[in-house]
Write a protein that binds this ligand. Structure first.
Ligand code: BES
Ligand code: MN
Ligand code: ZN
Length: 492
C-alpha cells in the first residue's frame, strides 16, 4: 500500500474514488467545493432526502460530471464533534467500502471532520493505519483464492502539506504492517504456526538487516539455563518449545534496551487440566502476545526508531500426554523460585516467568510482557481495553497515554500485596493459581510480579483484545499501535 499527500483542489483530482465527508445540515470545505463543481448535486441529494449527513451514512455517486474523480463516496459525519473512536469508525467503514468497490486508488478527505483535539497529523497516521489494515486478507488455506484486494494507493487531502503529515502517513503505514503481521500469525492454525514456525519467522527479521540479530533457544539450551517452568508446559507436546530472541540495535550502544516479552502458546488445550471443547479452536490465538511483539518489532524496524529493542517470545504447545506436567507437580523456575503447578491450564505465566528472568541480562530500562493470559480479564473489562499492570506508576501512565494517543486503549489494574498472598503454596515457594476464581487476571499478574524484581515492568493482558470471535472471527493485532506509540515516545 502506498500513501501520499495532496494539497491541490480535490475537485480536479484524477482518482478512482473521491471520499468526502458532509455533516448533517451543512456543506462545508471539500463537500461544498464538490457541490459547486457538480452543479449543486449534493444540495439536491440533501433536498430529496437521499443523503442526510447522518453519522455513518454512506452514499456512492457513480456519476461525477465536473470532477476529476470517477466516483464519489459521500460519508455522513453527523451533527456533533467526533471522538477518536467515532473518527475511526467512519474511516474504517470508508476503507472497507473502497475494498468492496475494488478501486485501485482513492483520495481521502477527512480535514473537514470535527474531531475533538486531533490535528491533521493524527488523522493522517490513523487513516494510513486503517487503510493498511483494511486490505488484510487471510486466504492461505482457501483452495479457490478470492481475488487480491485492488486498493494500492491512498492519497490524503490536506489544505496544508508538511513533513509532519507525510511522516505521520509513513508511520501509519508501518503500524499497519506490524498489525497485519500480528494478525497473520494469530490467524494461522496451530498445525501451521507451531514453535518452530515462530522461530523461522523470528529469524526472518535478521535477514539483510545488520541492525537485527536473532537467537533461538532449543529445549536443550533452555534446560541448561534452568528454564524448567517454561519446559514444564511444552513437556506434553511432540513439538519442542523454542524461545526466540530478536535484538534490534537502532539506538546508541549505551542506550538501555526496552524488552518486550510475548506469550507464545501456539495452542493451549489446557494440558492435563484439559479445557472444555467449546471454542477450543480459538486457543490457536494463545500466541497473540508473541504475535504482537513480532508485529511491534516489524513496525519499529520499518520506522527505523533510534532505540534498542529486544523481543523475547516463549513459544510452546500446551498438550496433554503421558509426558505432560500433572497438577501437583513442582518445578524450579530459572529464577530459583519453585512453583507448584496446581492447574496446567494456567500455563502462560509459567512460560513468561522464565522469559522474564532471561530478560535480566539486558539490564533493561523497561520490560513489557504481552499475553492472552486470562479469561477472567474478559469478564472484568470486556473486549475494549487491554489490561495494564505494572510495578512502576510512571510506566503504567506512559502505557495508558500511549493507548489513548494511538486509540488502542489500555486500562490500569491494581497489583496489591493481597493478591500476591493468594499464591502461597504449602509445598513450594509459589503456586500457579490464586485461591479461587475471583480476580483471576490480577492473581495471574501478581504471579508474574514475583519475577519482576530487577527492573521496571508492565504486563498487558490481551485476552479480550487480541482477536474477535463470532462472525468476524480473526485477529486484531492489538496492542501493536499502543506499543509502537510507547516506543516512539521512548525514542524522543
Ligand atoms: N489462554 C488462556 C486464557 C484465555 C482463555 C484467553 C479464554 C482467552 C480466552 C489461559 O492460559 C488460561 O487458560 N487461563 C485460565 C487460568 C485459570 C486456570 C487459573 C483461565 O483464564 O481460565
Ligand atoms: Mn491455559
Ligand atoms: Zn493460555
Amino acid at each position: 500500500m502506498e500513501f501520499s499527500l495532496r494539497t491541490a483542489d480535490a475537485t480536479t483530482a484524477k482518482t478512482a474514488c473521491l471520499v468526502i465527508v458532509a455533516a448533517e445540515g451543512k456543506l462545508t470545505g471539500v463537500a461544498n467545493a464538490v457541490d459547486k463543481a457538480t452543479n449543486g448535486t449534493l444540495t439536491a441529494l440533501v433536498k430529496s432526502g437521499d443523503f442526510s449527513g447522518k453519522k455513518g451514512e454512506q452514499l456512492l455517486l457513480p456519476v461525477t460530471n465536473g470532477l476529476g474523480a470517477q466516483r464519489v463516496l459521500l460519508v455522513g459525519a453527523g451533527k456533533d464533534a467526533l471522538n477518536d473512536q467515532g473518527f475511526i469508525k467512519l474511516v474504517k467503514a470508508a476503507a472497507k467500502k473502497l475494498v468492496a468497490l475494488k478501486v485501485k486508488d482513492a483520495l481521502l478527505c477527512v480535514e473537514d471532520l470535527d474531531v475533538t483535539g486531533r490535528d491533521m497529523a493524527w488523522r493522517a497516521q490513523q487513516a494510513a493505519r486503517l487503510c493498511g489494515e483494511a486490505v488484510y486478507q487471510f486466504t492461505k488455506f482457501k483452495s479457490k483464492k478470492p481475488p487480491k484486494v485492488a486498493l494500492k494507493k491512498v492519497t490524503l487531502q490536506s489544505s496544508k502539506g508538511s513533513a509532519t503529515i507525510k511522516n505521520a502517513l509513513a508511520n501509519g503505514r508501518a503500524i499497519a504492517s506490524g498489525v497485519n503481521l500480528a494478525r497473520e500469525l494469530g490467524d494461522l492454525p496451530g498445525n501451521a504456526c507451531d514453535p518452530s514456525y515462530m522461530a523461522t519467522r523470528g529469524r526472518a527479521f535478521a535477514k539483510n538487516n545488520p541492525k537485527v540479530t536473532t537467537k533461538v533457544l532449543d529445549e536443550k539450551q533452555m534446560k541448561a539455563l534452568g528454564m524448567n517452568s517454561l519446559l514444564s508446559v511444552s513437556a506434553g507436546s511432540d513439538n519442542p518449545g523454542k524461545t526466540v530472541i530478536v535484538e534490534y540495535k537502532g539506538g546508541k550502544k549505551t542506550d538501555k534496551p526496552v524488552v518486550l516479552i510475548g506469550k507464545g502458546v501456539t495452542f493451549d488445550s489446557g494440558g492435563i487440566s484439559l479445557k472444555p471443547g467449546q471454542s477450543m479452536d480459538e486457543m490457536k490465538y494463545d500466541m497473540g502476545g508473541s504475535a504482537t511483539v513480532y508485529g511491534t518489532m516489524q513496525t519499529v524496524i520499518e520506522m527505523g526508531l533510534p532505540i534498542n529493542l529486544v523481543a523475547i517470545v516463549g513459544c510452546v504447545e500446551n498438550m496433554p500426554s503421558g509426558k505432560a506436567t500433572k497438577p501437583g507437580d513442582i518445578v524450579t523456575s530459572m529464577s530459583g523460585l519453585t512453583i507448584e503447578v496446581l492447574n496446567t491450564d494456567a500455563e502462560g505465566r509459567l512460560v513468561l516467568c522464565d522469559c522474564m528472568t532471561y530478560a535480566e541480562r539486558y539490564k533493561p530500562q523497561a520490560v513489557i510482557d504481552v499475553a492472552t493470559l486470562t479469561g477472567a480479564i474478559i469478564i472484568g473489562l470486556g473486549h475494549h481495553p487491554t489490561a495494564i499492570y505494572s510495578n512502576n506508576d510512571e510506566l503504567s501512565e506512559q502505557l495508558v497515554a500511549a493507548g489513548n494517543e494511538s486509540a488502542d486503549r489500555g486500562w490500569p489494574m491494581p497489583l496489591w500485596d493481597e493478591y500476591g498472598e493468594e499464591l502461597k503454596s504449602p509445598f513450594a515457594d509459589l503456586q500457579n493459581i490464586g485461591a479461587g476464581r475471583a480476580g483471576g487476571s490480577i492473581t495471574a499478574a501478581a504471579f508474574l510480579a514475583k519475577f519482576a524484581t530487577k527492573y521496571n515492568w508492565a504486563h498487558l493482558d490481551i485476552a479480550g483484545t487480541f482477536w474477535n470471535s463470532g462472525a468476524n472471527k480473526g485477529a486484531t493485532g492489538r496492542p501493536v499501535p499502543m506499543l509502537v506509540e510507547y516506543l516512539s515516545k521512548v525514542a524522543k
